[in-house]
Design a protein around this ligand. Structure first.
Ligand code: FMN
Length: 366
């Protein structure tokens, strides 16, 4: 099977016997270790994977224009997300069923994220329950909520996330139905063992687990049932960003779900500037804007931060690290991105991740 399209790696000899030196080096190593159906599920974008590829291509089209002679020797990467301190603005995206990548599943990922000094968003469909993940975690957690037709289930999940100490709720807004992951359907159509959603209680039937067609009222509903801050994930249109702020979202994730939902949606890095501008106008900068989709290099992180993201979430590379080395693999993947970000900031003459100059990014290269 081909490797993940849309995650290009320099051609060359096998790297499987040497220590990975970039995040992309983990991809073929992870593939060797994973069940073919699990691998196809992890890689897949929706339909023709145009958006999946575009997430990477759009980052590659942007240029960083460095500033020189600024005396920056040790850039400061530390920041906060909704008040929680993190060592670097590189967070772990919510992804279902880490058990497909490693038997310890989200317990290992949460340890790796904590050891890297960052936070992890735990998916509704995690292969370890939210209570188990919280018991293993060495760093802060957020909880990602899919609201299914059963609102009772959603409310029970919220209560459990609160009790487990999660610090924010990430409501995924881009999934009124599941994207068609044809790459996966061609290989299998069902997931191998390790794909059980451990936090979903047995009180609900199949019918109740169909995705719900949510409205803005549901954001208000979620805010009414929990005092945790709500982050809306899957926003691409600036008017939706304004509505999110008006409905009380504390944060917005500019995301196309890693190209897994609507094929043909824009790359998230292309959608980011208009969302940042709209949010600044609507909230006076109070709501935080994050980005995910195609982040594979420290320079990608720097581009997103310069264009106004407070932090980025990383998806598939975390699962590559998990498949290759469990918690240590996750820590290393996050550490590589952090090291590359630090390096890129030094080369760009940027002392800290707050107050980055937007002029750092140029779209001029044709
Ligand atoms: C295997 C897999 C499972 C995912 N599961 C979820 C999920 O349960 N909830 C969610 O909001 N997003 C989910 N996502 C989307 C990620 O949160 C994120 O938006 C995306 O992976 C970012 O793109 P990247 O993989 O290019 O970094 C999933 C992505 C992958 C690859």
């Amino acid at each position: 099977m081909s490797r993940c399209r849309g995650a290009a790696r320099p051609r060359g000899g096998s790297i499987s016997r040497v220590e990975p030196i970039s995040v992309l080096d983990y991809e073929p190593l992870a593939r060797e270790r994973m069940h073919p159906a699990a691998w196809a599920y992890l890689c897949a974008g929706a339909e023709d994977e145009v958006t999946l590829r575009e997430n990477r291509a759009a980052f590659e089209r942007l240029r960083l224009v460095p500033r020189v002679l600024r005396g920056v020797s040790a850039p400061d990467l530390r920041t906060t997300v909704l008040g929680t301190p993190v060592e670097a603005p590189v967070l772990v995206a919510p992804m279902g069923v880490h058990g497909l990548a490693h038997p310890e599943g989200e317990c290992a990922s949460a340890r790796g994220a904590g050891e890297a000094g960052t936070l992890m968003a735990v998916s509704t469909v995690s292969s370890r329950s939210i209570e188990e993940v919280s018991a293993c975690a060495t760093g802060p957690l957020w909880f990602q909520l899919y609201v299914y037709r059963s609102r009772g289930l959603a409310e029970r999940l919220v209560r459990r996330a609160e009790r487990a100490g999660c610090r924010a709720l990430v409501l995924t807004a881009d999934s009124p139905r599941w994207g068609r992951k044809e790459r996966f359907l061609r290989v299998a159509g069902s997931l191998p063992p390790g794909a059980d959603a451990a936090s979903i209680d047995s009180e609900v039937g199949e019918e109740d687990l169909a995705p719900a067609a949510l409205t803005w009222e549901d954001v208000a509903w979620l805010r009414s049932v929990s005092s945790l801050p709500v982050v809306l994930k899957g926003v691409l249109h600036p008017e939706d960003a304004v509505l999110a702020v008006e409905h009380g979202a504390a944060g917005i994730v500019v995301s196309n779900h890693g190209g897994r939902q609507l094929d043909g949606a824009p790359a998230s890095i292309e959608a980011l500037p208009a969302v940042v501008e709209a949010v600044a106008g609507a909230s006076g900068g109070r709501a935080e804007v994050y980005l995910d989709g195609g982040v594979r290099r420290g320079t990608d992180v720097l581009k997103a931060l310069a264009l106004g993201a407070r932090a980025v979430f990383v998806g598939r590379p975390v699962l590559w690290g998990l498949a290759v080395g469990g918690a240590e693999g996750v820590r290393r993947v996050l550490g590589l991105l952090r090291g590359e970000l630090e390096h890129a900031m030094a080369l760009c003459g940027q002392a800290s991740v707050g107050g980055l100059d937007p002029e750092l990014v140029s779209r001029g290269a044709r």
